[in-house]
Design a binder for this molecule. Structure first.
Ligand SMILES: Cc1cc2nc3c(=O)[nH]c(=O)nc-3n(C[C@H](O)[C@H](O)[C@H](O)COP(=O)(O)OP(=O)(O)OC[C@H]3O[C@@H](n4cnc5c(N)ncnc54)[C@H](O)[C@@H]3O)c2cc1C
Length: 407
């Protein structure tokens, strides 16, 4: 008998979520995480935040962690405004038009991470190996063997939630398709002279989009995407210069920038695994796909992967099947790969259309923004996907009340 039903490598937000979902359903899991997963309480605010969709909020509610996340700090945004720097096309989304209390929440990753790990500590079916580093994996007919530091663990399957550079995926030689955007995203917390109006703002500039995401106390988190060779200068620029260039890039929409915190930059690459599964292995989250951050979908897609894979494993076990069999895991791949690919292509298309300097598409994209603004059907369709509510949702995300899985 293997030691566990499943071994999860990587206890970031996606790995911790699948561990919670499986553990709460009574599946025996081992979670291996290399880093200290819960940041110290007095840690400085994270300059990078996540826009959490309504679907992800439902997953967290179902796992019983949403209240803890909300208590620590989740800022609800009610509106979203998108416009093109090279024209007058603008689209405004208001949650009231969609019959929703908000469009989503802006949350620091550490708040989600801490809430999930505190929940994990209370689940008997979850064994935590942390800090511990996954080293090797052997796939056998009836089980997987995983080594970490000096230990050997066995299970029916391994779930790789170990990020975009996934050691599990690399060791197993699972192929990926990649594209270098030659863009980087500069992130920082900034305070503006005018209030953000609980609105997520996005202005498309020739070098890439600039987003202002609303947070408590009048602060906003910016994600400023630009050609990679421009980012270094702005990372090291004096505060005053940075504030001035940022306000200008944003068309002074919220007035001057009056304060800002630490700046960080992330190079952007699209990556998609050709297969999410193999016998006794499943990839989820950034281990399976890395996507352009322009609509803040990355971790949200990973959370839906986690909820879908947990459901497939629990269903198989309920029917007395070996959940590591390729035929079982393929259901997860069929469920999630197409949806993720669609979202990646949509992000690529938007990035390409809006990033072209002097593009002949300029008038068409401005017209497009104005047309969407006038059509409630188009708005509903667009926002349904942006809120994660389109497609075939897993049980943990699908209903308004909290759902649960059990073997
Ligand atoms: C600028 C920017 C802005 C973004 N904004 C958003 C947003 O608004 N909304 C959104 O949804 N997404 C956003 N994303 C995407 C988001 O950051 C990722 O999709 C998300 O962090 C992926 O989570 P994950 O748990 O899959 O992987 P990770 O967070 O990378 O976690 C992987 C874990 O595996 C562990 N690990 C790795 N190797 C080993 C090993 N050998 N042994 C043990 N453990 C190991 C790591 O320590 C880590 O904890 C943004 C990305 C960028 C670059």
């Amino acid at each position: 008998m293997p030691d566990f039903d499943a071994i999860i490598v990587g206890g970031g937000i996606v790995g911790a979520t699948v561990a919670c979902a499986l553990g709460q359903a009574g599946v025996q899991v081992a979670l291996i995480e290399a880093r200290e997963p819960v940041p110290p309480e007095d840690q400085q605010p994270d300059p990078r935040v996540f826009a959490i969709t309504r679907a992800s909020e439902r997953v967290f509610r179902s796992l019983g962690v949403w209240d803890a996340i909300h208590r620590r700090g989740a800022f609800a945004f009610t509106d979203m405004e998108v416009w093109d720097a090279a024209g007058d096309g603008v689209t405004h989304f208001d949650c009231a038009d969609l019959g929703e209390p908000c469009l989503g929440h802006i949350v620091e990753p550490r708040f989600i991470q801490t809430a999930l790990w505190q929940q994990l500590a209370s689940i008997d079916a979850v064994s935590l190996y942390c800090p511990a580093r996954f080293e090797t994996i052997s796939i056998l007919d009836d089980r997987v063997e995983v080594t970490l530091d000096d230990q050997l663990l066995t299970a029916e399957l391994v779930i790789a939630a170990d990020g975009a550079r996934s050691p599990v995926r690399n060791i197993l030689g699972m192929e990926t398709q990649r594209h270098d955007y030659r863009q980087s995203s500069l992130v920082a917390l900034v305070k503006t002279a005018e209030p953000h109006q609980d609105t997520a703002w996005q202005r498309f500039l020739p070098g890439g989009p600039l987003a202002f995401l609303p947070m408590d106390g009048g602060w906003s988190s910016i994600v400023w995407t630009m050609p990679s060779d421009h980012v270094e200068r702005l990372l090291t620029a004096d505060k005053d210069v940075f504030h001035e260039e940022l306000a200008m890039a944003f068309g002074h929409r919220l007035g001057d920038i009056v304060e800002s915190g630490e700046r960080e930059a992330w190079p952007l690459q699209r990556m998609h695994a050709e297969h999410y599964v193999d016998a006794r292995v499943a990839l989820i989250g950034d281990a399976a796909h890395a996507i352009h951050p322009l609509a803040g979908q990355g971790v949200n897609l990973g959370l839906l992967d986690a909820a879908a894979l947990a459901e497939v494993i629990v269903d198989a076990r309920q029917r007395g099947k070996d959940s590591g069999r390729l035929a079982v895991l393929r259901r997860y791949e069929r469920w999630r790969r197409g949806d993720n690919l669609l979202m990646m292509k949509a992000m690529d298309g938007i990035n390409r259309i809006f990033s072209k300097v002097g593009s002949p598409l300029g008038p068409a994209r401005n017209l497009g923004l104005s047309l969407v603004n006038r059509s409630s059907t188009a708005k509903r369709l667009f926002m349904g996907h942006a809120m994660g509510l389109g497609g075939d949702l897993p049980k943990l995300a699908a209903v308004n009340e909290e759902a649960s899985l059990s073997v």
